[in-house]
Design a protein around this ligand. Sequence first.
Ligand code: NAI
Length: 291
Amino acid sequence: METKVMGVVGSGQMGSGIAQLAAVAGIEVWLVDTDSSALNMATKSISNSTQRFVSKAQLSHEAGKDAMNRLKCTQDLEELRDADVIVEAIVESEDAKKKLFLELDRIAKVSAILASNTSSISITRLASATSRPHQVIGMHFFNPPPVMKLVEIVRGADTSNDTFTKVKALAERFGKSVLCSQDFPGFIVNRILMPMINEAFFALYNGVAAKEDIDTGMKLGLNQKMGPLELADFIGLDVCLLIMKVLHSGLGDPKYSPCPLLVQYVDAGRLGRKRGIGVYSYGKEPEPVKS
Ligand code: NAI
């Protein structure tokens, strides 16, 4: 059965992008957030992003308008009762996600698939909060979802082949390439990326070089589009720190220990672009971090 109605929970940078992809693909979407201002911001950002696709002639004016009409925002999870697939994109916290999965399991119809956009948390453990572990799966999009070509699909211990096949078909309907990872901390991409970002923070912390030189070195030396510190600001330093903690506790190796400077920036509220300040400043004056 093709996905006709989709729920997306969490309307931040990832959830809003996932909702946009679904609406453009012809799916009715409920976008849910506990915070009404986040929903307002998401509607604006989806509208602006859709408009950019229209102005680049990658989407017709009519298709853009139809997509916006398919999108509904709510603070009420109960609206998800008819969804065929629900993608969770809330804060990267196992406790918060488990609590939500428990609720979604109660609300969603029996056949619904519950997917998580988690960057690192065990799908098997999230599935254990539900009565339908064979219908729980990781559907890990990249930032920003409307632009990035990859979806990393993560199979929990009990994810069924049917669930995997349906989610793969959905990602392909969004025009994405997919890969499959087994359920280990950080999966494939973040297991490799986050230690690199963490090491860039250590290089800065140890005074190896200025932040600009660390980023320039990795961009020009390795032909990467963004340096690791710039990329951390783009992802969100809070998200990077939470993923490092999952890698550290899940893999038990001290090499995954988060850099104290990354911890300090997060403590200081320097979360990256979304806060106007992280490693770099985006129109906000940097203040000395706490010591
Ligand atoms: P964000 O901080 O931009 O958005 C999270 C949203 O979830 C907020 O609007 C918040 O109000 C809402 N929320 C929190 N608890 C909620 C609940 N119980 N019910 C409904 N809404 C709730 O976070 P972001 O960056 O969008 O990340 C979300 C998820 O996506 C995380 O699991 C993260 O690890 C993952 N992810 C993040 C990427 C990134 O580059 N930022 C890339 C890929 C995955």
